[in-house]
Design a protein around this ligand. Structure first.
Ligand SMILES: [Zn+2]
Length: 342
């Protein structure tokens, strides 16, 4: 039998001229080089039918053909792969003119914004920021602050105690930072202490079991009630507006003597009387007073030599007034529709 190797190679060349992608390349490669059904394999099988003397030449011709085909296909493979990459790149191409993903930027919580503003006012007056833990001892939260044993605040109905013996509790005010600072640093002192405080209140529009206070404490020689009033006046003008006035009403807190509740002139009606100030023209914003001698004694400071004033203001209350927020609970619900507005 005669095999026309020239003709087979011509046909192969026609086949490869039609290759346009990896799929058609593979089809041609299988047609000629597949181990089971390829043309080269079938030629090698025919070697039995070849007369003995022609066998060496036939085998040689098959090997030459296989070499030429393999060589051509190797050359083509790179080109086809490149073509393939190009067409895939076209399909998966990125349109760089499309707008990017909109990554939302967070904002500060309104409580934190107001807390920072208030702290900055006092820092400009030379105050340092002090901090204390939210879990306190009865000593720092009540006893050293001159609360008698039977004071209603020491009742489990008002305070979150976290040990059976009522030794540990969640601080009910930021005043224990006064005790910590006086014990640790002695005199003189000029600090403000921002932080969370906890009381067993049922949440409603004006009450929350967690709220925020900023405590202030100044201790030195010759500190008087006039220093306290001047400081709070300056604070009120910077925090609200230049024409804000304050008034001090006598009040009682165990850790100060005398004690006062401090009102600001209503920022909404400028003192004329409106719904928010309940027609009084005044809004209560903080409690203050002169540090009680008994508190100094608990902290080993001589009340004959030193005097001081302290105040505690409610950050939530001030944020509510500044932003006109109708419900304190909004601060704790983490609703982004609310938080996004600040
Ligand atoms: Zn008013």
């Amino acid at each position: 039998m005669k095999v026309d190797f020239e003709k087979i190679f011509k046909e192969f060349e026609e086949d490869i001229s039609r290759i346009k992608d990896l799929k058609s390349f593979k089809e041609v490669k299988d047609k000629y080089l597949s181990k089971e059904k390829g043309l080269i394999t079938s030629l090698l099988k025919k070697i039995k039918e070849i007369p003995r003397e022609e066998k060496p030449q036939f085998g040689k011709n098959v090997n030459i053909l296989k070499g030429k085909i393999t060589g051509k296909l190797e050359e083509l493979k790179e080109k086809v792969e490149l073509l393939e990459l190009e067409s895939r790149a076209k399909e998966e191409s990125v349109d760089i003119t499309l707008p990017g993903l909109d990554l939302p930027v967070g904002s500060h919580h309104p409580i934190k914004i107001v807390e920072k503003e208030i702290c900055e006012i006092f820092e400009r007056m030379g105050y340092f920021i002090a901090e204390g833990p939210e879990i306190e001892t009865d000593f720092n939260n009540f006893e050293a602050l001159n609360f008698p044993d039977d004071h209603p605040a020491r009742d489990a109905q008002d305070t979150f105690f976290i040990s059976e013996d009522k030794y540990y509790l969640l601080r009910t005010h930021t005043s224990p930072v006064q005790i910590r600072t006086m014990k640790k640093y002695g005199t003189p002192i000029k600090i403000i202490a921002p932080g969370k405080v906890f009381r067993r209140d049922t949440p409603d529009p004006t009450h929350s079991p967690i709220f925020h206070q900023i405590e202030g404490l100044v201790v030195d020689k010759n500190i008087t009630m006039a220093d306290l009033k001047g400081t709070l006046e300056k604070f009120a003008r910077e925090c609200f507006s230049e024409d804000t006035r304050i008034r001090l009403r006598p009040s009682f807190f165990p850790f100060v003597e005398p004690g006062a509740e401090v009102d600001i002139s209503c920022i909404f009606c400028k003192g004329k009387g409106c719904r928010i100030c309940k027609n009084s023209g005044w809004i209560e914003i903080l409690g203050a007073g002169m540090v009680h001698p008994a508190v100094f004694e608990k902290c080993d400071i001589d009340p004959e030599t030193y005097s001081g004033f302290a105040f505690g203001l409610g950050v939530d209350r001030i944020a509510i007034l500044k932003y006109g927020i109708p419900d304190i609970r909004l601060f704790f619900e983490n609703d982004v529709r609310f938080l996004r507005q600040f």
